[in-house]
Structures are given as C-alpha cells and as structure tokens.
Design a protein around this ligand. Structure first.
Ligand code: HEM
Length: 371
C-alpha cells in the first residue's frame, strides 16, 4: 500500500530547491537549501502575482484569535502531542534563523535532513564531541549530564558570569553549540536554567527540554547496559551503538505512537524498515520549503496551561527550565499530559505565537512558494 501511494508522487531527488528557481547542478545538490515540491512560479506570472498578493500582515491576521474569544480546544489530543511534534520537527526542519538578524537566511536550512535526534546529539561531529562525557570514572559512551536532587539533567550552558562555559567553546572561546534561539527574550533569572544541548530550540519551552531530557537519560541508561554486556568495547563504540539504538527507538515512537495517533486509516503503521529496502522510492531525505511551512502546527499550543495545580499563561513558560527542574521529569510529563492541546486551524493560535505565524507568511513569500 505504501509503495503504491508513494509511486503516485514524483520520486526524489527533488527537481528544484530554494537556491534557484530553475534546474541546475547547485540547485540539485546543495542541501544547505531546502528542496521544493512545487516549482517556484516563473516570471512574469510571479511578478503579476506579487502585486495581487494581500499584505503579509493581512494574511498573518488569519491566525490570530479574535480578541475576547476563548481558544478552541482539541477533542482528541493532550498537550503531550504538540510537545512531541515540536521536539520532532525541531530535529529536521530548521530554517537558518539566528539571534543575529544579519545571519538569518530564510532560503537556507541547518537541517541534516534526517531524523537523527540532533537536538540531543548536535548537528555536527564537533557539537557531538563537546556534548559527550569524557570516559572518566569508568563510565563509557555517556552524554554529559548532571544530577540535581537525585535526577539526571543536561548540564547548564552558562557559567556563573553568564558566559557560555569553556567546555562548550573552542580554544579561542567561540561557542561550538548553536546558541538558543530567542535570546533577546531570555529573562536574566531564567538564564542559569538554560541547558547545553544539541539543538538551538530545545530550551524554547520546558515541554521540549522535557522530551530531550528523557532521551538523554535513555542514552546514558543504554550506554551503561552496553558497557556491562560488552567488556571489550571502548568509549567510542559504546557511544555510537547507544546513539544508534536511541535513534531507532525514537523513530519507532514517531511512527507507532505519534503518527498512529493522527493516522485516520483503518490499519496501524509499523516502523518496519524491510518495506523500504528494495523500494524504488527509497532515496535520501531532503526537507522541502513547503513542508517546513505546513508543519508549523502552532495553533495546537494552548494559551493557558495548568502546572502543579496552578494556571499560567503559556508565554511565561518560554525559555525557562526552572519549572521543569523544580517539578522533576515524571511530574512534568504528568502536567503536560494533564493539559489539553488546542485545536489546529485558523484564528486559534496562542498570542505569543503570532510572531512565528507572521514569519511563516514572510518565509513563503521570500521563497516564492507557489500558491
Ligand atoms: C511553545 C510552543 C512553541 C513555540 C514557542 C514555538 C516557536 C517557534 C518560533 C519562534 C519559530 C520560528 C519562527 C520564524 O522566525 O520563522 C517556530 C518555527 C516552527 N515551529 Fe514552532 N513553536 C512552538 C510549538 C510548535 C509546535 C507544537 C510545532 C508542531 C509541529 C511547531 C513547529 C514549528 C515548525 C515546523 C517551525 C519552522 C521551523 C523552521 O523552519 O526553522 N512549533 N516555532
């Protein structure tokens, strides 16, 4: 069934990318740009359309909740669903957005185009190296972590002076991990709670840091187990094998729990790779500009949440891991799952996400995405 469905569409490699509007070698191979599913509109139609397009602000306004209207809630999902969706998409849909506007390039991406748990392991080998714990104290293959009140968490990114810790910088003091996005909104008292992690969006909200912490703990648990079973393995092998297992576990959860949750067909999907081994559609992934816009399911995010019995505005949770640290991981999962997701659709986004919605419309225009 999957074969027949996929064969209905054009196979990869994608014909176009966001680098050029026409087919050429760099467009076909430079994966620092997004691919395109649809051809960009050719001139002169493009120009004619540009003059007919409504202003960006008018389109973005379609996402905003009319004042005084309560958010429509989702009948099916708890807030665990958008939390997982956010953690998943942050791993492979990453427009080149920077805290420094001059470095933002909305045609380009920092994606590895894989479901590779880069928010946990980093997107480059250099980043992975600084996130790994040195094999001291006889512990092999582990990710760096710290124990607070008996619970394991990622290490903190900043030192007591508010600078990125030297262990996460190169010899010249340049940070090697991608800086958390949205730093201009980071409250000074929340700064010490920011984690050193592989992804620039993990610290965006505690429910995302929660997911990442779960997989960090799982990596270190598996590494300990592998070390016990394979006395002849060195630090490198324990790390690499634990990482491979955690990525496969993650993909199984993506397909068998998350996708099956939204799957409307009469059968359940299984993450069985055998179906792909001889399939003629099995080619390397390359994220597309259209997918990066369609997957912005921001209206799922509730405006109001209840944590530990206290109601609070979702905005107060952003870029601040203190509530996560205070509650402990298990209780945070209970809190997140105890809240409903909002309903996906127009005129329903939490107000603190309006800027992100507006940027999506701008990004579609910058990339000349076909209507
Ligand atoms: C507290 C919740 C969330 C916050 C604060 C948040 C924030 C943001 C921000 C600031 C951006 C970048 C906007 C821009 O400049 O273009 C963004 C992009 C995006 N968000 Fe969210 N988001 C949240 C939840 C979600 C959820 C639930 C999903 C579900 C799939 C999601 C998927 C995406 C995607 C796919 C992008 C585009 C990424 C890219 O191209 O770089 N987000 N989000």
């Amino acid at each position: 069934m999957i074969d027949r469905l996929v064969d209905r569409s054009r196979s990869r490699p994608h014909t176009w990318s966001s680098r050029y509007d026409y087919i050429c070698w760099s467009g076909l191979t430079d994966r620092s740009y997004n691919a395109r599913l649809l051809p960009a509109l050719p001139y002169p139609e493009q120009e004619a359309l540009c003059t007919r397009r409504p202003p960006v602000a008018a389109v973005a306004a379609l996402f905003a909740r009319p004042p005084g209207t309560p958010q429509r809630m989702c009948a099916k999902s708890t807030a665990l669903f958008p939390a997982f969706a956010q953690y998943l998409t942050d791993g492979f849909i990453r427009t080149r957005i920077s805290n420094n506007d001059a470095e933002t390039d909305r045609k380009r991406t920092t994606s590895n185009h894989e479901i590779d748990l880069s928010p946990l392991y980093g997107r480059t080998e250099t980043q992975t190296a600084v996130l790994r714990a040195p094999p001291t104290a006889g512990k092999l293959g582990r990710l760096k972590s710290q124990i607070i009140d008996g619970e394991e968490w990622p290490p903190f990114l900043y030192d007591a002076d508010g600078k990125v810790k030297a262990e996460f910088c190169d010899a010249a003091g340049v940070p090697l991990l991608d800086s958390p996005l949205g730093l201009s909104h980071l409250a000074p008292d929340a700064k010490p709670s920011i984690f050193a992690v592989g992804g620039d969006r993990v610290n965006a909200a505690p429910q995302v840091a929660m997911m990442n912490t779960l997989f960090l703990r799982e990596h270190n648990r598996l590494a300990a187990m592998l070390q016990r079973r394979h006395a002849d393995w060195d630090d490198e092998r324990v790390f690499q094998i634990a990482r491979n297992i955690v990525i496969v576990m993650f993909i199984k959860i993506v397909v068998e729990d998350y996708i099956n949750h939204i799957n409307t067909s009469d059968f359940e999907l299984r993450a069985d790779p055998a179906v792909a081994w001889h399939a003629n559609w099995n080619r390397p992934n390359w994220m597309t500009v259209e997918f990066s816009l369609l997957y912005r399911w921001h209206s799922l995010v509730p405006q109001q949440v209840v944590w530990g019995g206290l109601a609070c505005d979702g905005k107060t949770m952003l870029l601040d891991n203190r509530r996560l640290l205070a509650a402990g991981l298990a209780d945070v999962f209970v809190n997140v799952a105890g809240n409903g997701a909002a309903a996906i659709g127009l005129r329903n986004s939490a107000d603190f996400l309006f800027g992100a919605e507006q940027h999506a419309v701008e990004q579609a225009r910058i990339n000349n995405v076909a209507t």
